[in-house]
Design a protein around this ligand. Sequence first.
Ligand code: NAP
Length: 283
Amino acid sequence: MSSNIGVMGHPIGHTKSPVFQQAGLDELGIKETFEAWDVAPEDLEAKVATFRAEGFIAACVTLPHKQAVMPLVDELTEAAEAVGAVNWIFNRDGKLVGHNTDGTGFLRALKEKAGFDPEGVDAVVFGAGGAARAIVYALKTTGVARLTIANRTLEKAQILASEFSEGRFKPTAIGMDRDELANYVPYATLLVNTTSLGMAGGPAELATPATADMISADTVGYDAVYAPPETKFLREVEEAGGTPAGGMTMLVFQGIEGFEMATGKSAPVDIMFAAIEKALRSS
Ligand code: NAP
């Protein structure tokens, strides 16, 4: 029998979410099992319908369903609408609310794990895909001074920049040529890689969006890529004397944000991180 809380994706075997979510539930004495559901695209609608059942709490949503679930829920939060993806569905008395915690998860990761507040700084986000959308959405709320979006396909960076432009928040869109990057990267104190450069098993695992010679020593370099935990980009940030921060913290904090909205309680953050760190050490 299915539990009332879990994560769904396809495939789902790789997920580490149940490890830290279960640690959180146990610590708070919530008697639920956080399950992992392998849901093929053709079964998605039927699965989501079961989330309306009395007692059902919430589902974390991962690849490839983050967009496909959007028309299947009853209501989308502003974050889900803006990011264009749902990574949590909450059952509120039979009404399904689709939400997105990737952006807020990123900000908490930056503040609570890297000790960095983006207010007033110059930032460069590499990439203009799904992770970039969530991060640009989040940075917009922080009072970041200047934001540059650098992407291989310039047009996608331009679309993202113009979609989120509002008031004083006017991101600049550039391509990924070294010459162009050199006009922005050295002056940024926050660099965020959201491209798949550096991702294990991808075509460019040993690549980086920026090299040490163009990175300033007072920079925090956050890599949304979490596998491997230490990417080429993070090594370049370190070599430049900056502070590297890997994407696992964003992944866990998006889950922690969802946990808190699902349970209505503050998450035992340290216990949840200890659980994932232990699982990663033994995997
Ligand atoms: P996506 O929507 O497919 O976007 C991929 C991005 O990478 C695009 O900007 C793409 O540029 C760029 N790119 C791909 N190959 C490239 C190359 N060879 N050279 C330069 N740019 C290249 O993917 P996504 O969902 O945003 O995910 C991106 C990464 O973030 C993945 O590694 C994913 O695991 C990670 N991620 C982490 C978290 C977390 O919680 N830590 C959450 C979400 C995603 P073009 O537009 O030019 O194709």
